[in-house]
Design a protein around this ligand. Structure first.
Ligand SMILES: Nc1ncnc2c1ncn2[C@@H]1O[C@H](COP(=O)(O)OP(=O)(O)OP(=O)(O)O)[C@@H](O)[C@H]1O
Ligand SMILES: [Mg+2]
Length: 263
């Protein structure tokens, strides 16, 4: 059972250079795929195509063998329930003018019909994410960046998607909150059999969470494989250069071995 993208291409309207060029990837249920690449390589564009926010110019996306389509309203609803995304800019995940409780309880409505049960589930998740219950009454701008990031994760998790895409999910978090968030994401991945895609230029984060890694460069996947193969035995010069920019990454003493017991 897996989430598969085949030969995705995308060019932004009004431009000529493709931002994605025949990108293919597979994530199995319960696994984590890390997508790395320098700024501007197309990571967020790929994420937007994978979650159905952008319609690729070419290519196919399927879940458990069935194509995901954006053609009808019913298709789009099914897509939304199957694939959720936490945006790099948390402002994009949450409507600016609404109190946070509204999108959160709306997301919970997809799974729980009784209002008191919805409220209980939302409160429990906020607690797990170390967010005060009164955030529900506040608007996004009345939260810190780190709180907004966790609220965006909460909203996506309430839908309980089969695939969760996280674009730089820990960039606004301190070390403790980051570890807590990663632990929560790991636990839902296991308990709900979710596939997760982490997009980041933080290779330490990818080393910690990913089973497999894809390297995106100028809109193409130039290297893909297990985390160990890509991060410890990279074949492509570009991947080697990318790894060389990480001060803490010492290929002789792979950091990922130290992280293995965390999974
Ligand atoms: N809405 C848009 N219209 C036109 N071009 C865009 C648009 N969004 C992104 N681009 C261009 O597409 C390319 C890829 O951008 P993208 O945001 O996917 O990169 P990224 O890998 O996520 O970068 P970063 O690590 O900085 O977040 C860049 O050249 C960018 O300028
Ligand atoms: Mg980006």
């Amino acid at each position: 059972m897996s989430f598969i993208a085949e030969q995705l291409s995308y060019t932004y309207p009004g431009t000529t250079k493709p931002v994605l060029d025949a990108v293919s990837l597979t994530v199995h249920v319960g696994d984590t795929l890390g997508i790395v690449g320098e700024s501007g390589s197309g990571k967020s564009t790929l994420a937007r195509c994978l979650c159905g926010l952008l319609q690729p110019d070419a290519g196919r996306i399927s879940l458990h063998g069935a194509p995901l389509s954006l053609r009808t309203a019913a298709d789009r609803k099914a897509y939304y329930r199957a694939v959720q995304m936490v945006f790099q800019d948390p402002d994009l995940s949450l409507p600016r003018h609404l109190a946070i409780g509204i999108p959160l309880l709306d997301a919970a409505r997809l799974r729980w019909t009784a209002a008191d049960e919805r409220r209980r589930q939302v409160d429990a998740l906020l607690k797990e994410l170390a967010l005060p219950a009164d955030v529900l009454k506040r608007r996004p701008r009345e939260l810190s960046g780190g709180q907004r990031q966790r609220v965006a994760v909460a909203r996506a998790l309430l839908v309980s998607p089969a695939v969760l895409i996280l674009d730089e999910p820990t960039s606004a978090l301190d070390m403790v909150l980051r570890q807590d968030l990663l632990a929560l994401l790991r636990s839902v991945r296991r308990s709900r059999g979710m596939a997760q895609i982490y997009i980041s230029h933080d290779l330490d984060l990818i080393a910690q969470v990913a089973d497999a890694v894809c390297v995106l460069h100028e809109g193409r996947i130039i290297e893909a494989g297990s985390k160990d193969a890509v991060l410890n035995h990279p074949k492509h010069d570009y991947t080697k250069r990318l790894l060389a920019t990480v001060p803490t990454h010492d290929p002789a003493k792979p950091k990922i071995l130290a992280h293995r017991n965390l999974r």
